[in-house]
Design a protein around this ligand. Structure first.
Ligand SMILES: C[S@@+](CC[C@H](N)C(=O)[O-])C[C@H]1O[C@@H](n2cnc3c(N)ncnc32)[C@H](O)[C@@H]1O
Length: 311
């Protein structure tokens, strides 16, 4: 269970862990599309006795992940197996946006814009889920690639994109460790509440892969649950976070059981581990914001080269 950022909701954990019902954080822009845009949906004619039905627009183009012939190496984690079973469950996916408080993607888009992501930019959204960010970003930037390992999430986004006649959106069935970016380097990468699905070694690999798909100066907007505390503070902070969970009904928000499951089974890391990973991958942190010492958002810029020494 991956609790999501409450966005502008007030911190639920005094001086400690984060809260819930949520909105989302800020994002940004991209350049020329990596794939053909969708056709706009038509306008539904109405007859007196029949409901108006807009002709469906074609779904966003989907491409398979790129990758080495022969499949992934045996040592690489099966990203779908690490993705959280609920994210693969169509019933959970159907209620996911409601559970997470229907987060507003506009702050993320505004932040990316403020830092130079323009209307022609190419943006990659890793772990795109139901596509709240990807759908809005596709209308703000030149092209958006929405990447997710979950067929249920991708299907949800396909339906939403078709219904909204969104253009400039491509979906890819892949993960942090398998997505192969094609075409011009990305101008920005967005990822929200997904990186914690990977253990730390693979987070570091994923961050390096993100740096490698960005142009120099490109942006990473990373939002995730990250623990801003020392090991000694961790258990007391976790107790407060779980105790302060706002929701009782799991359909309406994140409950104490959800938080406990996140702590027990997922791989959110410490701030003091994540920040060196970002630096090692070649990112400069432009700003970091923490809510409740758990919900983190990092805006990073890829600096010139990618450090690969000593490996
Ligand atoms: C908590 S949801 C967040 C979805 C979306 N980013 C949002 O903020 O609403 C996590 C998403 O990450 C996806 N995911 C999990 N592990 C992944 C991986 N290794 N690579 C790509 N996506 C992954 C899940 O399928 C799910 O859609």
């Amino acid at each position: 269970m991956a609790p999501t950022d409450p966005g502008d909701a007030p911190p639920a954990v005094p001086d400690g862990a984060g809260p819930f019902p949520g909105a989302a954080p800020p994002a940004a822009p991209p350049p020329p599309p990596a794939s053909p845009p969708q056709a706009p949906a038509g306008t539904g004619p109405a007859t007196p006795d029949a409901p108006t039905v807009a002709p469906a627009a074609p779904p966003p183009p989907t491409r398979a992940p790129g990758g080495a012939a022969g499949g992934p190496p045996s040592f690489r984690p099966d990203e779908a197996a690490f993705a959280g079973a609920e994210h693969l469950d169509p019933a959970f996916v159907a209620g996911f946006d409601r559970k997470q408080g229907e987060p507003d993607p506009e702050p993320d888009i505004a932040l990316l814009r403020e830092h130079g992501t323009g209307p022609h930019a190419t943006v990659v959204d890793l772990g795109s889920g139901t596509g709240r960010f990807a759908l809005a970003a596709a209308q703000a930037f030149g092209s958006v690639v929405a990447v997710d390992v979950s067929p249920a999430m991708r299907d949800h986004l396909t339906r939403a994109a078709t219904a909204a006649s969104v253009t400039g959106l491509t979906q890819v069935a892949a993960g942090f460790l398998s997505y192969e970016h094609r075409g011009a380097p990305a101008d920005a990468v967005h990822t929200r509440h997904a990186l914690h699905q990977l253990p730390d070694v693979w987070k570091a690999v994923a961050l390096q892969r993100i740096a490698d798909m960005l142009r120099p100066g490109g942006l990473l907007l990373l939002t995730d649950l990250v623990y801003d505390c020392s090991p000694a503070e961790a258990e007391p902070m976790f107790h407060r976070w779980v105790a302060d969970a706002a929701a009782v009904d799991p359909a309406e928000g994140y409950t104490a059981a959800d938080y406990a499951e996140h702590l027990r089974t997922e791989f959110s890391t410490f701030r003091w581990l994540l920040e060196p990973m970002l630096e090692r991958a070649g990112f400069e942190v432009l700003r970091s914001d923490y809510r409740g010492r758990v919900f983190a958002r990092y805006l990073c810029r890829r600096v010139g080269g990618t450090p690969r020494d000593g490996v």
